[in-house]
Ligand binder design. Structure first.
Ligand code: COA
Ligand code: AMP
Length: 632
């Protein structure tokens, strides 16, 4: 049997041969003419000339091969007290019908469809119906406020928006329709139609002519067949936070995505068709796209879609119950979810009620798996607990412990080793490769493997500028870290203003834009502070305009409200500190990284470019007075 090292070396030394073999495992309508090609702008494309349909791979292919009666989807919703089990044949039928309905609204290949729905089977049906038509879906996480939805609507100009009438957060019903209506008001672009799935918890008032009922549209009696698309055609756009207020529309292709995800299920997760895979995430995030929807279905697994929380729906035993009841073999979630469970049930007493013997492996990602959470999990579940590192841009893991190739001994704090296809390196500003143990910028030598973003929607220059221009020949991940002498990769943090709040990726720059708009504020900085439950939480530092008369308490209240309304409550922006000055360089750049270190009690060197070193003492004293410090 080949070792991990041999397989990884093959993928780097001869990527075309490596990925041509993986591409044989999916059902193309026409096999690709070229495995890898480079465009004039230095970006790469996989499998040009190949024709396929991703929804066909997810559904028709399995039904045609006699697996129509196998479960495709298990919907487990403690918040509504319902469960539904859907076979491949049933899911295919629903997707054909809804795709037919969308087609009757004029949705065709290349048209965009925004999806604003919580974790429920109809969200999966909508995504697959778009894929069936060759239309490009863009799912927006239900926690985003109207303004965020509007920005996405304006950027991808959808012909149709598909939304649920509400989401349910624990015991709270959150009506989505008013958010959708106000987003359409705020947006410059207007979609032709909105398709609304009416949920009994909060039925919405439909706007005549514009809004259509989801179920009625499905039942028009028109079924759509698969539209063949090029391997390089976009399957979806998924917006993610960058360093500014404008989110980046990550574009995923069809061919590379299908090949990479199929490979990942075998090499990383080591799961067989027919087995149950559960990603406890949200369809609005990349984990939901890749591992609630596409990878399990392309592979012929049964996927679980869970509408609930790790705690409170109804108790910290919810995850153990789902694993036990649905015989989950591989589970995937964010460490913060288990930190929440550990906080409420430190001895994992709830676990004693459930038989989780089917579970073979537990994967964590979205943020660093801190050693304390790893130790708790490893001693609680008695199965392999595996960290792996990836990002919205890549769509699948960059660094992992590959159960399907050769499991490596776990080193807590490390996501383990580079996945085949990824040439991961650590460099300094001048592209000098750093020695084992030296921390620097983590980059991936081009070409990126299949499945990674091909560009940013409507912003190909921004793609190159953000990711490829800093170090020619390399993709800049935005993370820093080091590789040890055994080749293990340790991810230590971001080099930009992206933060991870309870597994949700957000931009502090974007929050600064909201905070800075307050009439009393002259300037501000939002920085991430460590938090034992959420990983990071944002804190705002505000300098008031001369003569502004507002108390810190009132300002804080107003800004919290503003960030909730403009970005969303999940950003967890809950604290504002008024300060006289912010530490800056002589050219006026706020020293956010130094502020982060002060807040985290980490050692720092006074930057040579600092304008006035006394500002560091002032901000330190202010943080101490406000009890701001890292809690991990
Ligand atoms: N729609 C609307 N609002 C949402 C939302 C959604 N989808 N998700 C979160 N919110 C709101 C919550 O209602 C809450 O609002 P409130 O301030 O009015 O109470 C706020 O955002 C914070 O929510 P949350 O971060 O979920 O806090 P919590 O204390 O309820 O739960 C955790 C904490 C850790 C249990 C929860 O954040 C969690 O499950 N995180 C894991 C996330 C995840 O799976 N990420 C991707 C994995 S790869
Ligand atoms: P997202 O695009 O939302 O998936 O967020 C990606 C970012 O989350 C990465 O760039 C990292 O900063 C962080 N991240 C994801 N997984 C891990 C991990 N296993 N260890 C450390 N950081 C991680």
């Amino acid at each position: 049997m080949k070792t991990y090292k041999d397989i990884h070396a093959h993928s780097i030394n001869d990527p075309e041969d490596f990925w041509a073999k993986q591409a044989e495992k999916i059902a193309w309508f026409e096999p690709p003419a070229t495995v890898l090609s480079e465009k004039k702008d230095g970006t790469h494309r996989w499998f040009s000339g190949g024709k396929l349909n991703t929804a066909y791979l997810c559904l028709d292919h399995h039904v045609l091969n006699g697996h129509g009666d196998q479960l495709a989807l298990i919907y487990d919703s403690p918040v509504t007290g319902t469960q539904r089990k859907i076979t491949y044949a049933e899911l295919l039928q629903s997707v054909k019908q809804f795709a037919g309905g969308l087609q009757s609204l004029g949705v065709n290949k290349g048209d965009r469809v925004v999806v604003y729905m919580p974790n429920m089977p109809e969200a999966v049906v909508t995504m697959l119906a778009c894929a069936r038509l060759g239309a490009i879906h863009s799912v927006v996480f239900g926690g985003f406020a109207a303004r965020e939805l509007a920005v996405r609507i304006d950027d991808c100009t959808p012909k149709v928006i598909v939304a649920a009438s509400c989401g349910i957060e624990g015991s709270r019903v959150i009506p989505y329709k008013p958010i959708l209506d106000s987003a359409i008001e705020l947006a410059t672009y207007t979609p032709e139609h909105c398709v609304i799935l009416q949920r009994p918890e909060a039925a919405a008032t439909l706007i005549v002519e514009r809004d259509i009922d989801w179920v009625s549209l499905s039942n028009l009696g028109h079924e759509a067949e698969c539209t063949p698309v090029d391997a390089t055609d976009p399957l979806y756009i998924l917006y993610t936070s960058g360093t500014t207020g404008k989110p980046k529309g990550v574009v995923r292709d069809n061919g590379g995505h299908a090949v990479a995800l199929r490979y990942s299920m075998e090499a990383i997760y080591d799961i067989e068709p027919g087995e149950v895979f559960w990603a406890a995430s949200d369809v609005g995030w990349v984990v939901g796209h890749s591992y609630i929807v596409y990878a399990p279905l392309i592979t012929g697994c049964t996927t679980v879609i869970f509408e609930g929380k790790p705690v409170g729906t109804p108790d910290p035993g919810a995850f153990w119950r789902v694993i036990s009841e649905h015989k989950v073999v591989v589970m995937f979630t964010a460490p913060t979810a288990f930190r929440a469970i550990r906080k409420q049930d430190p001895q994992a007493t709830a676990l004693a009620q459930y038989d989780i013997s089917h579970l073979e492996r537990l994967y964590l990602a979205g943020e660093r798996l801190d050693p304390a959470t790893y130790d708790w999990l490893a001693s609680t579940v008695q199965v392999s607990v595996l960290d792996h590192w990836w990002q919205t841009e890549t769509g699948w893991a960059i660094v992992a412990n590959m159960a399907g190739i050769e499991s490596q001994p776990v080193k807590p704090g490390s996501a383990t080793v580079p996945v085949p296809g990824y040439d991961v390196q650590v460099i300094d500003f001048d592209e000098k490769q750093l020695k084992p143990g030296e921390e620097g910028r983590i980059v991936i030598k081009l070409p990126l493997p299949p499945g990674c973003l091909t560009t940013l929607w409507n912003a190909s220059d921004r793609y190159i500028e953000s990711y490829l221009s800093h170090h020619p020949g390399y993709y800049l991940t935005g993370d820093s870290g080091y590789i040890d002498e055994d080749g293990y990769v340790f991810i230590m943090g971001r080099i930009d203003d992206v933060i991870n709040v309870a597994g949700h990726r957000l931009s502090t720059g974007e929050m600064e834009e909201v905070v800075g708009n307050h009439p009393a504020i002259a300037e501000c900085a939002v920085i991430a502070v460590k938090d034992t439950l959420r990983g990071d939480v944002p804190i705002g530092f505000a300098v008031l305009k001369d003569g502004a008369e507002i108390s810190e308490e009132v300002l804080e209240k107003e800004l919290i409200k503003e960030v909730r309304e403009k970005i969303g409550a999940f950003a967890y922006f809950r604290r504002v500190v008024v300060t006289k000055r912010l530490p800056k360089t002589r050219s006026g750049k706020i020293l956010r990284a130094t502020m982060r270190k002060i807040a985290g009690h980490q050692p720092y060197t006074i930057p040579a470019t600092i304008d006035d070193p006394a500002t560091l003492d002032e901000i330190t004293k202010n943080m101490e007075a406000h009890h701001i410090c890292a809690t991990t």
